[in-house]
Design a protein around this ligand. Sequence first.
Ligand code: UDP
Length: 238
Amino acid sequence: MAEQEVLYNGSSKTVFRGEGDNITIRFKDYIAAFYGIKGARIENKARMNCSISSLVLGYLNDNGIRTHFVAQTSDTEQQCRHVTHIPIEVIVRNVVAGSMAKRLGLEEGIVPENTIFDLCLRDNELGDPLINDHHAVALGLVSYEELAEMYDVTSKVNSLLKELYAKVGVTLVDFKIEFGRAADGSLVLADELTPDTCRLWDVATGERLDKDRFRRDLGRVRETYEDVAERLANLLNK
Ligand code: UDP
């Protein structure tokens, strides 16, 4: 078999040129935080994140969200549509946590009355700085019309995911998504949705079921990712 062309090689995923217009995303048994300052091999993580992201993106596709996800093709691989990536992270917060709590001196766990949206420029060297709509347009990354659509889609994704996670006893605290443009210029959600990119708190115990277990040395990282994968599979693989 011919060698697959690597388009991107990150700490937790490798992206290859796939079949036709597709890309292949291969997940890795690795977790990284704080821009790679902290990292570790986590057995079974590739399988868990591939399964979780495939289930969640499939669910979003089925509910009218245009995502890049086409199919899960092996335990650790997905076929996704190739898009031109927009280097903006859209963060949604239903509960105050993480960088927002720190930046504003707030307790984690406060539930604001409104849903909070942040934009960050995706740039590791700059530390993914917080930006606003006007910065994003001035940098030539998006138009105001595209931003309006991105907020609209992100809000729908938030509603769908809150509902999904509530069914498996989990509060969706916050998450990050990114978008790309398809060949016709239309916006497509092009990202993973896993415990690496979402904060998930167990409704009953308040236990953290996400990457904070690794960031904050809370232990049981593998078991937690397996727990989230199992809850979603039991709900969605019927
Ligand atoms: N997030 C992410 N990638 C990033 C930054 C944030 O997936 O580069 C996710 C993070 O896991 C959390 C949410 O976005 O679910 C909000 O993250 P926050 O701004 O609190 O940053 P953190 O302190 O977690 O880096």
